[in-house]
Design a protein around this ligand. Structure first.
Ligand SMILES: C[S@@+](CC[C@H](N)C(=O)[O-])C[C@H]1O[C@@H](n2cnc3c(N)ncnc32)[C@H](O)[C@@H]1O
Length: 215
């Protein structure tokens, strides 16, 4: 049966602590952003803030957006525990990504991980892509269709995708695809058990308007 990933759904999950967010940054973010020079970053669907805190600890100025107030409260506490300098580099914003529109050409890095918004992902990813500055990076991580950990959500549209599908939807001629891969890793689920996760990872670099395609 298809699920409705609306605000009430996420609030309930964070209040019940049934989201497997944790305090560790996503390994795909660490792998893909560690070599980027810090600048401005948008973490879209930041959850309890592990990615935003990791980015801020590396010198990024982060705008971290989520629909769930409870998640943002936990995230802010996490950032304060990490230290006032790190906390001061993060702006937390409660907003609905299905309608919130970031400014165009605004962020050096736009990163979004497993956002199952209650709307089609196409328009959402278009808005996120538009907010990357020329020369900046778009990092989209989601559940691959073969991901065993989220197989129960198979009937819900937009939960699963491949990196190649997302790459094909980017504005033609505007992007260099740096990574479009499926990656398998182990993770601890919210039930505390080890599980296998299969991620779709897209990393793309926005071309400057006068730049020719590379390769
Ligand atoms: C599976 S969690 C992933 C959290 C975090 N990115 C991570 O990787 O740990 C999905 C997050 O997206 C947020 N979210 C879902 N729909 C949203 C929307 N329409 N606007 C903003 N945030 C949303 C949820 O509240 C939740 O924190």
């Amino acid at each position: 049966m298809s699920e409705e990933f609306d605000q009430a759904f996420w609030e309930e999950r964070y209040r019940g602590r049934t989201v497997a967010c944790g305090r560790q940054p996503n390994p795909q973010l660490v792998a893909e952003a560690a070599d980027l020079a810090p600048g401005s970053a948008l973490d879209a669907g930041c959850g309890e803030g592990a990615d935003a805190v990791w980015l801020a600890s590396r010198g990024w100025q982060v705008t971290a957006v989520d629909i769930a107030a409870t998640a943002l409260r936990h995230a802010q506490e996490h950032a304060e525990t990490a230290g006032s300098e790190i906390a001061s580099r993060i702006d937390w914003l409660q907003a609905d990504l299905t309608s919130w529109k970031p400014a165009e050409d605004e962020f050096d890095l736009v990163s979004t991980h497993y956002v199952h918004a209650a709307a089609s992902r196409g328009a959402l990813f278009d808005r996120l892509a538009a907010s990357v500055v020329p020369g900046g990076t778009l990092l989209i991580v989601g559940h691959h269709p073969s991901d065993p950990a989220t197989a129960s959500h198979a009937a819900t549209p937009d939960v699963h995708f491949t990196a190649e599908e997302i790459a094909a939807d980017l504005e033609p001629g505007r992007w260099d695809i740096v990574v479009a891969e499926t990656r398998t890793r182990s993770a601890t689920g919210h039930d505390g058990y080890e599980t296998t996760v299969r991620d779709a990872v897209l990393r793309a670099r926005k071309r400057h308007p006068d730049q020719r395609p590379s390769g």
